[in-house]
Each structure stands twice: as structure tokens, then as C-alpha cells.
Design a protein around this ligand. Structure first.
Ligand code: C2E
Ligand code: CA
Ligand code: CA
Length: 719
């Protein structure tokens, strides 16, 4: 800004100075010339005023009638007033006139247009006497030469102070113009005129000569004045005036114009600079906005992945020098459900609310970032103790469990958290993020809505994953190593009424892998579709061997979400030739959460096709009871955890009673899973469970084993 402002202001100033200087030199010269001219004019004006007074007098004193009248005794005062006295005032603006006889006695006096006392001459006499002497001497000599070549009669005049005024004092003899009236030389009457220079004369200067503001000074003015001198050449005062300064006037006009121009240029400059400044500010603001956008999530205003990575890099750099950092990855559970049920706006509102709840739990120095979707990350720039982290995670879980008010609805979600610490687990960003992700994944895998600290065995699991995917793909192509084991379900009397098909996979590289490991990988990779179909075909084939047993098959939510899934199931069932009534499909709440209408329609088509639906792992999810009303199912399988807690917690018994009662009330079969002891069996029988499954009766076993079990079972019963 300075780079523009200073030079432009400088240029304007320089321009102003240059124009000012030119103006000054041009106008100062013309002012000097004008003043000299005015001095000449003023000098001349004073001189001509003196001559004018003498000529005024001459017009009335060089006159036969006047000679006759002044001699007349007594004087005809009326005539004198009209021709030598008052008339001089009214016509010529003389201030005083007197008539003196041959003995120099005043015989007539006029002051300010009125006849006055003859004694008034006493005041004039001291100044007039020298003139009288001079003139009388000339007259006595009979010398009638005119006082100047502009006059016809002699006379004497001067400038003198009369009654305190600088005045023209002039004497003229009253003389016969024709010479017919004889006058003894030196006996002529004298006419005395006084004209003040500070009276009407000053006005005349302005009117006739353009000399404005004329005034009389005792001392010389600094400029524009001329001295007033008496007949002897002595200065008796000064005539001063307001000098006309054409240059100054021009300069003043020019200055006004110049100032206006400068103001205009200044204003333009200011406007331009202002515009520039605004443009700059705008640019800076939008740059700042762009910067903010580049590093922040627009929905929550939290740092985005880019900024988070940067902060993490810094924290890790510090951690390498000592200290440490803690990284938490968070992922909302059942967020998709909120989005699907209430719409994306509700989803956005929930994300914002979650962000603000999170922020409320953390300190200033911690970083919370939204990495995308319902994924968040927290960076604690310290190596927090295990207790501290656990407390923080528990607080986060609690905060998330409070219902979210979104667009007039209440939504419930959970959160899974993966935790990793530097430098314990590593000090490279990519590596740490990967490990935090593994911890998060294992939190999800272990039932969601919990937190897990990263440990090395998790890493091994993940590394295994890649290898497993490859192997599973080829196993599905060839069927090598894949098998189904069957676990019996017994009724209240202990008779086997059905079996649950559970997949088993033996790999050459990793040995036997439990379904808890295989199924999630299959779900992630999409291999669950061919795997699920293989399980269904296999189970159907086996079911035909045991027409009196039902066969339960587990379905993954991922399968349910695949378009055309229901048709595929019905197709496979039809092709296998098994009675659909023999089949039971086990679904978890994960299936039901997804999409109400689609799921409802799918379930009802499957049931319409003759298959039964069982709700698996009942009691582990949310609002389970409400699903029962919404979806048509035939059976509920109370989760293993409730049975295993029997005798340890009072709640489990109460819950089992409640579920059995409710299930029966709406006509469902109630099954208990994971029955391992006689006590459990006794309790469940008393509680009214219809069926039971667990190691107490049998582990999952190959189909041939089931055959043996049935034989043994039948023999036992027969006995
Ligand atoms: P699930 O559907 O709840 O199956 C019952 C699980 O409990 C089986 O584990 C079974 O071996 C185990 N179990 C049965 N009785 C007892 C007992 O008395 N005590 C204990 N501790 N455990 C008992 P498995 O075979 O490891 O299967 C684990 C899970 O993998 C299954 O849980 C099911 O969700 C899934 N799974 C298994 N096979 C398939 C399949 O073919 N398709 C799909 N989608 N999921 C499958
Ligand atoms: Ca099951
Ligand atoms: Ca189960």
C-alpha cells in the first residue's frame, strides 16, 4: 500500500509546488508593475486636484462682475454665496472659501456649505500667510502672469494641514477679465479656497482613478502610498490606499482553482487507493476464506484431514525429541441408519452436534478433526496415561449415548474408538494412522460402541486379512478347505429338532480360521455373496438327508443389502429340492437396521416362500423389542451372553424371563444359545424356552457326526 500511496502523494505535492512557484513569480512581477503605476496615478491625482481647485477659483474670480461685487459696500452676500462662497461647496466640493480685502482682512467666510464667521479664517491664516505674501508681492509688481500654462491668472497654492486635515489651500486674486475695471496693482481682493484631501477627494480617487480604499496616514504605509508635500517640499502626510494587485487576484483565483484541482486529484487518488485497499482486503479475506476452506471441514468447522495430518506430523516430530502423542480414531455406529431414516440433513445435524459434544470434552491444545463422513480423529499432543485415555473415551461414549435431537426426531448412535500412542506404537504418521484404524476396526468387530487400544496382535490380524482374502477367493472357486459344521438344537425335552450350519475353513497357510475372522473379511471384500450361496446350497443338500430336522443358516446383512438376494435364495432352495419349511434363516439386528421397507418386503417374501426367520443374537443390539413388532420373524435366539451370565448377574435372569414372556405373547419360538451347563438348561426350561443350543448338547460337528448323534440320541430315548 505504501508503495502506491507515497509516490502518488509525492507527485501531487510536487505538482502543486511547481504550479505554486510559477504562479508566484508570474504574479509578483505584475503586482510590482501595477503598484508603481498606481503610485504614479496617485501622485498625478493629487497634483491635478490642486490644479483643479485653482481652475475652479479662476472660473469665478477672473470676472468683471466679481470685481464689482467684492468692492460693493455692503456686500451683496446673496450674490457672493451664489458665485464665490456656498456655490463652491455645492458645485466644486471645496470645504472652505474666504474673501480677503486689500488689507488681507476676511470679508466673507464659508465653511461646509454655510456662511461662517469671519473669525474662522484665523485657523487658516497661519498656513495662508506665506502664500498671501508671495501672491501680493507679485500683484504689487503688476505682474499678472498666470500661475501655470493651464491658467490665466496668477495664484498661489500648497498642501497643508488645516484644522487637522491635510488640505489643498489655494489663493486667487479677483481680477477683471476685460480689463475695463481699473484696479490698483496689489489692491485686488483675494479668494481663498480650502479643500480637504481626506473628504470627497478620496471618493473621487476610487471613481476616477480606480484607487480603492484611499486614506491619509501620518506615517508612510508599508506599501501603496505617496507623500503629500507642501509648497516648500516638506512632507506633511501620506496618501495611502489598498493597492490593486492583479497578480494577487490572479493568484487567488488560480489558487482556488488549483486547490480545487488538487482536492479533486487528491479525492481521486484517495478513491483509487480506497478501491485498491478494498480490493486488497477482499482478496485477503477470500484468500483467508480459501485457506480456511482448504484446511477445515465446511460442515463442522473442524480441521480437515489435511490440517490434521499437518498437526500430527508436528506432534510426532516433537514426540521423537521426547514426550509423545496420542491419536484416537472415531467412527459413529449406526450413523447410516440415521441418514437413511431421517434424511441427509438430519445426518448433517447429527454430525455437527457430535462435533460440538466432542469439542466440549477436550482441551484447547487437543485437535479434533473430521476426516470425512462419520469419521473423526483426536490428537492429544501428550503421551496421556492409560487411565486418562480410558476416562476420556468413556466420557465420549457417554456423550454419544445421549439422544441426538435432529430435525424434530430423536436419534441414537454409538461410537467406536481406536487408540494408538506415539512413540510406543511408532512415530510415522502413516503407520500410526494405520494402527489406529486397526484398533478402531477391532472395536467395531468386537461389538461396536466401545474403544480399543492398539496392540501388536491386532496388526497381525490385519496382515493376515490380505492373505486370507486371496485364499478365500480361490477356496470358493474350488471348494477346497471349506466345510459346514452343524450344531444341534434341542427342544425342552432334550430331543434334537434342528441344526445350525456354521462355516468352517481350513487353509494350508494359516490352518483353521474361525468364522468370526473369516466372515468380516468376506463381508468387506464382497466374497460373502459367493460364500453365502455356497453355504446355502451345501446346507440345503444336507437338509434333504434329515427331513425331520430343520436347518438354520446364518445370513449376513451384506447379503441382504445385495439386489436380487431374495430371488437368489428362493432359487437355490427350489433347485435343491428341499422343503422350504425345513429351512430357517438367522438374521441379526444389523439386517433390520438398514432399510425398513426393503427389509420388511424381503423378509415377508422369504416367509411367503415357506422359510422361517430367526432373529439371532437377540438382546445385544438396540431397541430389540421394537423390531419384533415391526418385522415378521418366527423365532428369537437369546444371545449367548445372557445365558453365560446366569447365576452371576440378576439382570440376565430377569431379561430372559421378560424376553420369553414377550416372545410367547406374540407367538414366537424362543431359543437360548450357548447353553453349557445343566443349571442353565434347568433355568431355561423353567423359564419356558422352547429350544436350546450349546456345548452342553454338542459342539458344531460335521454332518456325519450329526448322523451318529441322532442314532445315539434315538437309542438313548428308546432305552
Ligand atoms: P452365531 O450365529 O451366534 O453362532 C453360534 C456361535 O456360538 C458358533 O460359533 C458356535 O460354535 C458358538 N457356540 C455354540 N454353542 C456354544 C457354547 O455353548 N459356548 C460357546 N462359548 N460358544 C458356543 P462359530 O461357529 O465360531 O461362529 C461364530 C459366528 O460366525 C456365528 O455366530 C455367526 O454369526 C457367524 N457364522 C458362522 N457361520 C456362518 C455362515 O455360514 N454365514 C454367516 N453369515 N455367518 C456365519
Ligand atoms: Ca446363528
Ligand atoms: Ca447367535
Amino acid at each position: 500500500m505504501k508503495a502506491v500511496l507515497l509516490p502518488s502523494a509525492g507527485a501531487v505535492l510536487l505538482l502543486a509546488l511547481m504550479v505554486g512557484a510559477v504562479l508566484h513569480f508570474a504574479t509578483a512581477g505584475s503586482d510590482d508593475a501595477a503598484e508603481q503605476r498606481q503610485v504614479r496615478i496617485a501622485t498625478m491625482a493629487v497634483a491635478s486636484a490642486v490644479v483643479a481647485v485653482r481652475k475652479d477659483q479662476e472660473a469665478s474670480t477672473y470676472w468683471d462682475d466679481a470685481v464689482r461685487q467684492v468692492r460693493h459696500k455692503p456686500l451683496d452676500l446673496g450674490w457672493i454665496d451664489q458665485n464665490l462662497g456656498i456655490w463652491f461647496h455645492s458645485y466644486y466640493k471645496h470645504d472652505e472659501t474666504y474673501l480677503l480685502d486689500a488689507g488681507e482682512h476676511p470679508i466673507y467666510a464659508m465653511r461646509n456649505g454655510r456662511r461662517a464667521s469671519l473669525a474662522d479664517f484665523a485657523q487658516v491664516a497661519p498656513r495662508a500667510v506665506p502664500l498671501i505674501h508671495t501672491l501680493r508681492a507679485q500683484l504689487r509688481r503688476g505682474d499678472l502672469r498666470p500661475a501655470s500654462d493651464q491658467e490665466q491668472t496668477p495664484g498661489a497654492s500648497t498642501i497643508a494641514i488645516v484644522r487637522g486635515h491635510p488640505a489643498i489651500l489655494s489663493l486667487k486674486p479677483v481680477i477683471s477679465e476685460t480689463g475695463k475695471l481699473p484696479q490698483a496693482a496689489g489692491s485686488e481682493h483675494l479668494h481663498v479656497s480650502v479643500r480637504y484631501l481626506d473628504g470627497s477627494f478620496l471618493g473621487e480617487l476610487a471613481v476616477r482613478y480606480g484607487i480603492e480604499g484611499a486614506h491619509i496616514l501620518a506615517l508612510p504605509a508599508t506599501s501603496a502610498s505617496v507623500p503629500l508635500r507642501n509648497a516648500q517640499g516638506a512632507v506633511i502626510g501620506y496618501l495611502a490606499w489598498h493597492p490593486f494587485r492583479p497578480g494577487l487576484a490572479v493568484a487567488q483565483h488560480m489558487t482556488t482553482v488549483l486547490l480545487l484541482a488538487l482536492a479533486l486529484v487528491g479525492a481521486m487518488l484517495a478513491w483509487l487507493l480506497g478501491r485498491n485497499l478494498r480490493a486488497r482486503l477482499q482478496l485477503e479475506t477470500s484468500r483467508a476464506q480459501a485457506q480456511h476452506l482448504a484446511f477445515h471441514d465446511p460442515l463442522t468447522g473442524l480441521p480437515n484431514r489435511t490440517l490434521f495430518n499437518d498437526r500430527l506430523d508436528h506432534a510426532l516430530a516433537r514426540a521423537r525429541r521426547g514426550g509423545g502423542a496420542t491419536l484416537l480414531l472415531l467412527d459413529l455406529d449406526r450413523f447410516k441408519h440415521v441418514n437413511d431414516s431421517f434424511g441427509h440433513q438430519a445426518g448433517d445435524a447429527l454430525i455437527r452436534e457430535f462435533a460440538s459434544r466432542l469439542s466440549g470434552l477436550l482441551r484447547e491444545e487437543d485437535t479434533i478433526a473430521r476426516l470425512g463422513g462419520d469419521e473423526f480423529a483426536i490428537l492429544l499432543p501428550t503421551l496421556a496415561g492409560g487411565d486418562t485415555i480410558d476416562r476420556l473415551c468413556q466420557r465420549i461414549l457417554n456423550a454419544v449415548h445421549l439422544p441426538f435431537e435432529v430435525l424434530g426426531n430423536q436419534a441414537f448412535v454409538g461410537v467406536s474408538i481406536g487408540i494408538v500412542q506415539a512413540p510406543l506404537a511408532g512415530s510415522e504418521r502413516i503407520d500410526l494412522l494405520r494402527k489406529a484404524d486397526i484398533a478402531l476396526y477391532s472395536a467395531k468387530a468386537e461389538g461396536r460402541d466401545c474403544y480399543r487400544h492398539f496392540n501388536a496382535s491386532m496388526d497381525a490380524t490385519v496382515q493376515l486379512r490380505g492373505a486370507v482374502e486371496e485364499d478365500l477367493r480361490s477356496a470358493l472357486a474350488t471348494g477346497d478347505g471349506l466345510a459346514l459344521h452343524y450344531q444341534p438344537l434341542v427342544d425342552a425335552e432334550g430331543a434334537m429338532v434342528g441344526v445350525e450350519a456354521l462355516m468352517r475353513w481350513t487353509t494350508t497357510a494359516h490352518g483353521q480360521l474361525p468364522p468370526a475372522q473369516v466372515i468380516p473379511i468376506a463381508e468387506e471384500t464382497g466374497l460373502i455373496i459367493p460364500l453365502g450361496e455356497w453355504v446355502l446350497r451345501e446346507a440345503c443338500t444336507v437338509a434333504r438327508r434329515w427331513p425331520d430336522l430343520f436347518v438354520a443358516i446364518n445370513l449376513s446383512p451384506v447379503q441382504f443389502r445385495t439386489p436380487g438376494f431374495v430371488d437368489r435364495v428362493l432359487d437355490i432352495v427350489r433347485c435343491s429340492g428341499v422343503r422350504p419349511e425345513q429351512l430357517e434363516l438367522e438374521v441379526t439386528e444389523g439386517v433390520l437396521i438398514d432399510d425398513d421397507d426393503l427389509v420388511r418386503a424381503g423378509l415377508s417374501r422369504l416367509r411367503g416362500g415357506g422359510l422361517r426367520i430367526a432373529l439371532d443374537d437377540f438382546g445385544t443390539g438396540y431397541s430389540s423389542l421394537s423390531y419384533l413388532r415391526k418385522f415378521e420373524v418366527d423365532k428369537i435366539k437369546i444371545d449367548r451372553s445372557f445365558i453365560q451370565h446366569l447365576g452371576h448377574t440378576v439382570d440376565s435372569a430377569a431379561i430372559i424371563h421378560a424376553v420369553v414372556t414377550l416372545g410367547h405373547a406374540i407367538g414366537l419360538t424362543v431359543t437360548a444359545e450357548g447353553v453349557e451347563t445343566r443349571e442353565q438348561q434347568r433355568f431355561l426350561t423353567q423359564a419356558g424356552c422352547n429350544q436350546m443350543q450349546g456345548y452342553l448338547f454338542s459342539q458344531p460337528v460335521p454332518a456325519d457326526e450329526i448322523e451318529k448323534l441322532r442314532t445315539a440320541n434315538a437309542a438313548l430315548r428308546a432305552a
